[in-house]
Design a protein around this ligand. Sequence first.
Ligand code: NI
Length: 138
Amino acid sequence: MFITKRVEFSASHACRNPRLSDRENEELFGAAANPHGHGHNYVLEVTLEGEPDPVTGMVLDLKKLKELVQDEVVEKYDHRFLNFEVPPFDHVVPTPENIAIDVWGRLKPHLAGNGVRLHGVRVYETSDLYVDYFGESA
Ligand code: NI
């Protein structure tokens, strides 16, 4: 069975790689490379896989899941300029692809055992664009 928790956060980013020149970044990313950055209202969906506990009827205590996503992701990302305030985005371009990978890495260690497994992370950068990440083996 799969269960998904959705949260939202707002953050700014500049789509640029610090190893490239201004001109190269602009050619690659266009206006999104502007070093002053721009904001998005991101939507994050975290999906767990497991069986409902016979006593509680829950795959995982939803309060615990909410706290985990809040502590490990929302508090780190919300109202931040990702490129300057949230490693690894000082050297990794904060595309939704890389955000999904980073979120996976933040949550995965906390979701091992107890019959529950992190199944996937979905990051919406806009309402019509999202990325799914299912971990290293996918
Ligand atoms: Ni953007």
